[in-house]
Ligand binder design. Structure first.
Ligand SMILES: NC(=O)c1ccc[n+]([C@@H]2O[C@H](COP(=O)([O-])OP(=O)(O)OC[C@H]3O[C@@H](n4cnc5c(N)ncnc54)[C@H](O)[C@@H]3O)[C@@H](O)[C@H]2O)c1
Length: 253
């Protein structure tokens, strides 16, 4: 028996990085993995990886900022599988700029994907979740606590996700739905590569970031996926409204 046997898990941003690793891990543990991403190719690749190992998965192309698309995918999942037990919100974007350089439309886009996308998926799934098995895991970031450099909109959006999860956890605890977030440190994914790639000379920024991780390295997506598995499963049955740091012991801002 896997830890998520007979659970249906929707993973937004499941076409890459942490979302993909989470979908793969959940499927290994018996879940039906519903991979949602704006990148159809990435989502399809995740499903191929899962099916190759004998798991069950499907994918939907969906922009998490589009309320009609979110509601329509949710409806299709219910028609196909009859339930949504677990939601992981990993879809995210960033522009990598300080406040004066961030255009208002860039700010709006980051908040639309990271915060509104989280809210829209929670809004769609919470009413469908079953008492006792319902679990939501949102990907925030350790940067929400420490702050960071040249990434104002992204980091503010991650702070909003932390607050959203705390209040949602209060609102829905009596319904037996647990809502938590994960605060990853720097994790080796395309998003991290893009973040460092924005600097003309990334080397000192990579060095600086590494020095903040006492374990002496960046995280792997699978290590964050393991934390998501804990929070999504019954092993975390008394855990709600919390932030789990998966950050190699990150120190300082
Ligand atoms: N990698 C890190 O260092 C790190 C650190 C802290 C937090 N996180 C968080 O972890 C989560 C996953 O990040 P990752 O590093 O795996 O990133 P990633 O870029 O590898 O994957 C993000 C996925 O989100 C999808 N996406 C983007 N916009 C979308 C939209 N509008 N609708 C649907 N899908 C969309 C992308 O297509 C991509 O597949 C994010 O929430 C990120 O903020 C990552």
């Amino acid at each position: 028996m896997g830890r998520l046997t007979e659970r249906v898990a929707v993973i937004t941003g499941g076409g890459s990085g942490i979302g993909r690793a989470t979908a793969v891990r959940f499927a290994e543990q018996g879940a039906v993995a519903v991979v949602v991403d704006i990148d159809a190719k990435g989502a399809a690749t995740t499903v191929e990886l899962i099916e190759k190992d004998g798991g069950t998965a499907c994918w939907f192309e969906c922009d998490v900022t589009d309320v009609e698309a979110v509601d329509s995918v949710t409806k299709s999942v219910i028609e196909r599988y009859g339930a949504i037990d677990v939601l992981v919100t990993a879809a995210a974007t960033s522009v990598g700029k300080k406040i004066p350089d961030t255009l208002p439309e860039e700010w709006d886009q980051v908040f639309a994907v990271n915060v509104k996308g989280t809210y829209l998926w929670m809004r769609a799934c919470i009413p469908l979740m079953t008492k006792g098995t319902g679990s939501i895991v949102a990907l925030a970031s350790q940067l929400a606590i420490s702050g960071g450099l040249s990434n104002a909109a992204y980091i503010a959006s991650k702070g909003a996700i932390v607050s959203l999860c705390r209040t949602a956890a209060n609102d829905h605890a009596s319904e037996g739905i647990r809502i938590n977030c994960i605060l990853p440190g720097a994790t080796q994914t395309p998003l991290l590569d893009r973040s460092f790639g924005r600097f003309k000379d990334p080397a000192p920024y990579i060095e600086r970031s590494l020095s903040r991780h006492p374990l002496g390295r960046f995280g792997q997506p699978e290590e964050v996926a393991n934390a998501a598995l804990f929070l999504a499963s019954d092993y975390a049955s008394f855990t709600t409204g919390t932030e789990l740091r998966v950050d190699g012991g990150w120190i300082g801002g």
